[in-house]
Design a protein around this ligand. Sequence first.
Ligand SMILES: [Zn+2]
Length: 563
Amino acid sequence: MELLIKNGFVYDPINGVEGEKMDIAVKDGKIVESVDEHRAKKIDASGMTVMPGGVDIHCHIAGSEVNTGRLLRPEDHLKDFERKTIITRSGVGHSIPSTFTTGYRYARMGYTTIMNPSMPPLEAKHTHEELNDTPMVDKATYPLLGDWWFVLEYLKEGKIEECARYVAWMITSTKGYAIKLVNPGGLEAWGFGHNVNSLDDQVPYFGVTPREIIRGLCKVNKLLNLPHTIHVHTNNLGKPGNYLTALDTMKCVEDLAAENKPVIHITHCQFSAFKGSDWRTIESGAEEIARYVNNHSHVTLDMGQVIFTDTTTMTADGPFQYTLHELSENKWVNHDVETETSSGIVPFRYRRKSYVHAIQWSIGLELALLIRDPWKIFMTTDHPNGGPFTSYPRIMTWLMSIKAREATLRRINPRARSKSLLPSIERELGFYEIAIVTRAGQARALGLHNKGHLAAGADADIAIYNVNPETTDPSREYKMVRKAFRKAAYTIKGGKVVVRDGEVVKHVEGATMWLDVKTDEQAEVTDEMKRRFREYWTVEYDNYPVTENYLQVSHPIAVKASV
Ligand SMILES: [Zn+2]
């Protein structure tokens, strides 16, 4: 079980390695200082780029929402299918591929860790069943907690410590990884056909505001010492003028930051960076958001890049999905998850010639290029909302090459082109920065200490791409770089070669990571609480938690809370 990767150009930003030619040694699934050169299996990586395995901080790949999307869209399966091979199973789906295909496609691109961002706690079992069924990658999932009645009740009473204990109980019970907030307060309001429009609107019947929910859960997150920050989908997402709400959201936790550490992650920020008063006058708010982020260190973001393709939008933001259904006149599913959250699904096609879609395309890239520090903004499409994850290599080359951006700019809506900030941006990311925005930065933001880097002790999750950074100019030869990122020369998962030249050569399961949060005092399980479970939910308290034996490969991460 020893492996030696020889002579590759290594990009390992967490350890400050920038394209140095060096060997990487692997033993028993971990990176080690050295191995016996004669005994070890050798990979000749000369002329190739070696990076830690890719990490995706936000992709909808499992659970009832994703599966309902699959049911809603037979047309998504028909046009994109994969035959079985001796090693892989068959599968279907362009924007919402079936579980096995999802794992294979990530592995082919050199990705080894992916995070499923929105799990209604009530549907945790379904989510874990599908994560179990997604091979090749390690994974985790974030329970939706911003509109959970227990949270709203405790925050209303200002009981932060009690709230923290229940959140700890919920994360551990549902085998979750981070606190997810979606349109905080808005989902509860949606239960009554309403929404919230600012951080200071009241949530019906609870008398709390989105600001209080965000701040409250940010404090809870700190009390629990969770590895990731709160993970926030802002209020007013997808509405013209919402860049102000995004700024308000980041500002509202500014005073909770300590030691320049992030305390909030704004996800798929493109969808929250619209200037203008309606769809006709919509413009980019990327400059304003980038200015704020450049001047503050308590926030990280991911892009939510739009791709011009047919895709499926899905989010817990039920009211937003209703708006999108009305705009697109497409078929639609909407769901109220008892007293926890909501969700909606609408098929969607982003068109080059649409002014709004082209502006959205531009905003995602503007954010990633105008935010100077690559440790603050990560590459995502909010798969499948902005487009399928399989388009990541395309985004990497847009980030690396003015020429690649120009090639797309030429083909978009002319009015959007004239408004786009991209022609004025000369920045092109190099391989080192790409390694940050696609793996190192994401792993650091998630607090995954054994992922996203290649020092001894790290998990041996490695991607090798057939591109020579010494002889290839990604700015000019972006098509070649894109090809290399599409099909990893090697993907190594837990020390095993699982992909060779873009083909899956070995099936591995991948673990489900979850937080085992230990509080000094446990959440009190009183008869009153059990009664509320009976009243609020169709699942009783005793049946609610996901037991560890439910996970195919369980990887608990112990967290010691300060409450
Ligand atoms: Zn999302």
